[in-house]
Design a protein around this ligand. Structure first.
Ligand SMILES: Nc1nc2c(c(=O)[nH]1)N[C@H]1C(S)=C(S)[C@@H](COP(=O)(O)OP(=O)(O)OC[C@H]3O[C@@H](n4cnc5c(=O)[nH]c(N)nc54)[C@H](O)[C@@H]3O)O[C@H]1N2
Ligand SMILES: Nc1nc2c(c(=O)[nH]1)N[C@H]1C(S)=C(S)[C@@H](COP(=O)(O)OP(=O)(O)OC[C@H]3O[C@@H](n4cnc5c(=O)[nH]c(N)nc54)[C@H](O)[C@@H]3O)O[C@H]1N2
Ligand SMILES: [Mo]
Length: 768
């Protein structure tokens, strides 16, 4: 495949005609025009399927509830191309391994179970029963249950993931690494410590009542496009939108609603951010601390003048602990440190503080720009501290909003996909099913990869996802996976992870997607998911599956469990025949799910509730806890502190994590290519390089391992000096496996210490 490459800055509003054009192009190029138009009309409707694109909520009011990138996710799944036994007879694994990620997924949907043949280096069809018995026999031969790890990617339904965790725990392990370990883990950990619940406290409607919305470290124009509607609406109602983002991101500047024809014609439409700050990578904790330092001054002044300060004293006294320690830590932090670490000026920080101070109701949202650093838990808690100081919890139009990624990643956790389950949850399972659940914590994603390296984990089953490409240190992760005895991939499409055969057996099990009808012996089934706002709702596909040999995720998990454990304690196959029965068990074992089946009937689903939003804090002291952490002294080990640049790895507009839909990143002006490196123009000059030069990027770390990617084209961009950005997953080889967040274990994908060298034979015409 050849693509025209071009760099052409984008000046229009995000959304708008460009978005409409791109949506139509993807629908038409899918060659499934009618099916896809019908699909799009059923996205996020009361009767239809949940958009697999992201975890943003739905208002259930509009007829069209999808966005350009949701449309890509849907059309990508609904292809007619198939990858079956005859495809693999033609292509050896070694040959496929040389292809790009884009090529691999583009080949189409997996339609029959496959087993890798080591002699021929080809995958070959295998029956479902044989596949299940093979898995069961590997599991039975393990010397301890902890030799198995069960990975989950956040698209799996509540029903499939609940069944999966029950299976794992009945085998005897809590080894549930998941995509969340690489994603919002720091939000869960930080919020749990601060307010007792690891989820956001607001509901979608709160956006309509906010006076100010602070958006930290996220790019909704690409990754949560429907969030732009909420921001835009709030801005039109007079709310201040304040953005903290290392890069200038088009979607956070201007947005025209592609579903409102008038806006497409008004060129100046859609201001989003009223203030836009570009902190250095990892600088947000310092920026928030600076805001509080400024607000503290005002508070002290006011108190001196009229007894009453700026903060919500009543809220603090009644609902929180630890404010004095934290404010002492704020006072002890110098402006010098704040300015140096945030990369923002004192004046900018004071300005942001002023906007915050004038707003009665404030929402803070965030995503990967906050969670993928070493000090992410502390940063999440610093944002929470700020909100607590002003009593921004428990009132409409205000609160905390970690914006989740995968469409059901929040639901997976609720269902018990958690390597550190609570004692109460395990007790509920034990009581309901009369078995002894494993009590020790299992491996998270990084730990599971390390355990594979050390031959402690020998069986890896993956319910979705693409671990080999999504995980850090990809060549080392790949080698670790290949040390396993058995690898099982439950997938919709072929990806990099499938091309890494294990020591003994490797299986690919083809599954149905969200858009497809799921008919079991008990009749047509629906599944449920939970969005970022704790709304649980049903999702039902409509398209006939491509082949009768594909199975639902739930049926596959039940098949594995039945073959491994038999059906004495749990009638696995009976559960897979009728998902209502699974929901009855969920109702009995997970808090908040009483009358689950009946409540699925409500249009739009039901709200799980959030104790912290009702000012009930499930913390040791039953109060919200201010955190008094100091700013990190260093983000890197010693040798890495010499690195001239810090690199973040992020998503382009044409990708879904490791799934590459196309090679354009429209809002950043990049076309037909992905091996680009965004850099400040002054840094290009200082290096003596030129825009368009190709460079090799190398990580500076302290373990002697060379981590390097080659030939990335320099693209000048609005980014602080010393900071760089490039796309994931191409840059995953640069992220050291042992570089992860304190308390979260999340790979530090947004701060990697690197240096640059001109690539050999760079076709640059300049004379150096
Ligand atoms: N179309 C599409 N939708 C998706 C996905 C996708 O790949 N494609 N992925 C889904 C998933 S799993 C997730 S987790 C979400 C991810 O959603 P995002 O978090 O928006 O994803 P990233 O592309 O990683 O973008 C990180 C953003 O944070 C900024 N940033 C990085 N570091 C810092 C920092 O230190 N400080 C500040 N202030 N800003 C910083 C970057 O410039 C960038 O704008 O999206 C979900 N939705
Ligand atoms: N460097 C760097 N690394 C990162 C990140 C980063 O920002 N930078 N982000 C991290 C984040 S936030 C995340 S969430 C992870 C994502 O990690 P993963 O969730 O593991 O990766 P995905 O790319 O979302 O998985 C794509 C694969 O899922 C399968 N799939 C798609 N739909 C379905 C389905 O309905 N059912 C099943 N069973 N399979 C399906 C397809 O086979 C597809 O190839 O990556 C992390 N890695
Ligand atoms: Mo994610």
């Amino acid at each position: 495949m050849k693509f025209k490459t071009e760099i052409k800055p984008y000046h229009a509003a995000a959304g708008g005609l460009g978005s409409l054009k791109s949506t139509t192009r993807f629908v038409f190029e899918s060659k499934q025009i009618l099916k896809n138009m019908r699909n799009l009309l059923r996205v996020n409707q009361a009767k239809g399927f949940d958009c697999p694109g992201c975890a943003w909520g739905d208002d259930n009011k509009s007829t069209f509830s999808f966005c350009e990138n949701g449309a890509k996710a849907v059309t990508w799944e609904a292809t007619r191309r198939i990858v079956d036994g005859s495809f693999f007879a033609e292509h050896s694994v070694a040959r496929l391994a040389q292809q790009s990620d884009y090529y691999l997924e583009y080949q189409g949907r997996l339609v029959e179970p496959l087993r890798y043949n080591q002699q021929t280096d080809h995958y070959e069809p295998i029956s479902w029963d044989e596949a299940f018995s093979l898995i069961a026999s590997h599991i039975r031969h393990m010397s301890t249950p902890d030799e198995m790890a069960l990975y989950t990617s956040g698209r799996a339904s509540n029903e499939a993931s609940w069944l999966y965790q029950l299976f794992g725990r009945m085998v005897g392990t809590n080894n549930f690494p998941d995509c969340s370990n690489m994603c919002h883990e720091a939000s869960g950990v930080g919020l749990k410590r601060s307010i007792g619940v690891g989820k956001g406290t607001i509901r979608l409607a709160d956006f309509d009542q906010a006076d100010a919305i602070f958006v930290f470290g996220q790019n909704p124009g690409t990754n949560h496009p429907r969030m732009l509607h909420s921001l835009r609406h709030a801005a039109d109602n007079g709310a201040s939108i304040v953005t903290f983002n290392t890069l200038r991101e088009r979607g956070l500047e201007r947005f025209a609603d592609p579903q409102k024809p008038l806006e497409l014609l008004t060129p100046k439409s859609g201001m989003i951010s009223s203030a836009y700050y570009q902190p250095k990578l990892g600088g947000d904790m310092a920026a928030v601390r600076g805001m509080v330092k400024a607000l503290l001054e005002t508070d002290r002044q006011l108190r001196a003048e009229k007894q009453r300060g700026l903060f919500d004293d009543a809220f603090i006294a009644q609902h929180t602990t630890g404010v004095d320690d934290w404010l002492a830590a704020v006072e002890a932090t110098t402006w010098e440190a704040i300015v140096m670490q945030s990369g923002l000026s004192e004046a900018q920080i004071r300005e942001a503080a002023g906007i915050y101070q004038r707003a009665e109701r404030v929402i803070c949202t965030w995503a990967m720009g906050i969670t993928q650093h070493k000090h992410s838990v502390d940063t999440v808690r610093e944002i929470t501290n700020l909100q607590l100081l002003f009593g921004q919890l428990g009132k409409p139009g205000a609160g905390l909003c970690p914006v989740r990624g995968h469409s059901n990643v929040q639901g997976n956790r609720t269902m018990g996909i958690d390597e550190k389950p609570s004692a109460a949850f395990l007790a509920a399972l034990e009581q309901h099913f009369d078995f002894a659940a494993p009590q020790t914590a299992g491996y998270n994603t990084v730990e599971a990869i390390e355990a594979m390296m050390q031959d402690k984990v020998k069986v890896l089953i993956a319910l979705g996802g693409n671990l080999a490409a999504a995980a850090p240190d990809s060549p080392r992760t790949a080698a670790a996976m290949q040390r396993c005895e058995l690898l099982v991939h439950i997938s919709t499409k072929m990806n990099r992870s499938h091309l890494l055969p294990a020591q003994r057996d490797t299986l690919i099990l083809p599954t149905l997607g969200r858009t497809e009808a799921d008919i079991q012996s008990g009749g047509p089934q629906f599944i449920t998911v939970e969005d970022s706002f704790s709304m649980v709702h049903a999702s039902e596909g409509l398209n006939p599956p491509l082949a009768t040999t594909q199975r639902s995720e739930t049926a596959i998990v039940a098949g594995i469990a039945h073959a491994t454990l038999g059906s004495e304690k749990v009638d696995w196959l009976g559960l897979a025949a009728d998902y209502n029965r699974i929901r009855d068990h969920i109702a009995a074992t997970i808090p908040g799910f009483h009358d689950f089946n009946a409540r699925c009937e409500a249009p739009g689903g039901f709200y799980l509730g959030n104790a912290a939003a009702e000012l009930r804090f499930n913390t040791p002291g039953n109060k919200a806890a201010f955190s008094a952490a100091s700013l990190p002294e260093h983000l890197f080990p010693q040798r890495a502190q010499q690195a001239p640049f810090t690199l973040q790895t992020l998503r382009s507009h044409d990708q879904y994590n490791t799934t590459i839909y196309g090679l354009d990143d429209r809002y950043r002006g990049v076309y037909g290519q992905r091996e680009v490196l965004f850099i400040n123009a002054q840094d290009i000059d200082a290096l003596g390089f030129q825009a368009g030069d190709e460079v090799d990027i190398e990580t500076l770390w302290d373990d002697g391992i060379t981590r390097r990617v080659e030939r990335f084209k320099l693209v000048p961009y609005a980014i602080p000096r010393g900071n760089l950005a490039a796309y994931y997953p191409e840059t995953n080889p640069l992220v050291p496996l042992n570089s992860f967040g304190d308390g979260s274990g999340t790979p530090t994908s947004k701060s990697i210490p690197v240096s640059l060298q001109l690539s050999r034979n760079t076709p640059s015409l300049r004379i150096a």
